[in-house]
Design a protein around this ligand. Structure first.
Ligand code: ATP
Ligand code: MG
Length: 267
């Protein structure tokens, strides 16, 4: 059954706040994985999260997508606290994500994996049987074309290169026609041409109005792709602002970038 909550609202004007975290913290015993992060995700923009290994980027994404419980703080979607919304329900609200470690279902083909992303309203167990006997919905075709995975649709995830598996994950996320897309290191394991291709795709999607939260270690890609950057270190906010300014910030340089990135920031 669908409820009014299942319908993703249409995107508001570019620049309005879609998603916001207020003093969000996730502690694991003594480990403060995320410790008081305030972020604002604006409609039609890409916010990048930058930080060294273990700085809390993935945990923050988990907190925002309700996969890890908050120790403290609030997460607002369209100004409304969705603290008790289960992760599955978030998909119905128009939020899709990809994971740092590829999470495709190994016993389904690429085509079926992508189709799963598109069909939010079928009960979970009935989904894939139902899907294989139905016509391929348009968002699926579009997601396949945009991510360039048309040649591998009949393969199983185990037969894919890491970079291709990542593109399939992006296709699956896009197949739900999200209004907010969250990506955790979408280009990890890809070669340079593949990375540039994905970065180009994310920018095109942004230009079409798709709001994105992007975690990546590739600093140049982040500078070229994001509208704003938030830098983290040890679970805490270090700097935020225009990408070129953030990567030049001395605190960010010290925490993460090091001398090797100076040239990239000056390009
Ligand atoms: N389930 C968990 N239990 C205990 N500690 C955890 C758990 N998940 C993450 N941590 C710890 O929280 C901290 C932040 O981890 P997180 O994975 O969010 O960092 P990250 O910035 O995504 O790192 P990377 O760039 O390596 O992906 C690390 O110290 C990590 O060991
Ligand atoms: Mg991570």
């Amino acid at each position: 059954m669908t409820t009014s909550q299942d319908t993703a609202p249409t995107s508001p004007a570019t620049g309005t706040t879609v998603l916001q975290t207020i003093d969000v913290a996730v502690h694991y015993g003594g480990i403060k994985a995320v410790d008081g992060i305030d972020l604002v995700l604006e409609s039609g923009r890409i916010l990048g999260i930058l930080g060294p290994n273990g700085s809390g980027k993935s945990t923050l994404l988990g907190a925002v997508t309700r996969l890890v419980p908050l120790t403290r703080g609030r997460v607002l979607l369209d100004g409304e606290d969705y603290g008790r919304t289960p992760p599955a329900r978030l998909a119905h609200r128009g939020i899709a994500r990809t994971f740092q470690t590829v999470r495709l279902l190994p016993d389904l083909t690429v085509r079926e994996n992508i189709q799963l992303g598109s069909d939010l309203k079928l009960p979970r167990a009935a989904r894939w049987r139902e899907l294989v006997r139905r016509a391929v919905p348009e968002p699926v075709t579009e997601a396949i074309e945009r991510t360039g995975v048309g040649d591998v649709l009949d393969l199983f995830p185990g037969e894919l290169s890491y970079g291709t598996a990542r593109r399939v994950e992006i296709a699956r996320a896009l197949a739900s026609r999200p209004r907010v897309l969250m990506l955790d290191e979408p280009t990890a394991g890809m070669n340079q041409p593949e990375r540039l291709e994905v970065a180009g795709l994310l920018r095109r999607l942004r230009d079409e109005g798709l709001t994105q939260l992007l975690v990546e270690h590739d600093v140049q890609m982040m500078v070229d792709t994001c509208d704003r950057l938030l830098a983290m270190n040890q679970g805490r906010h270090v700097a935020e602002g225009a990408p070129a300014d953030v990567v030049r910030d001395p605190t960010v340089q010290e925490a993460y970038l090091g001398k090797r990135w100076n040239r990239a920031a000056d390009r």
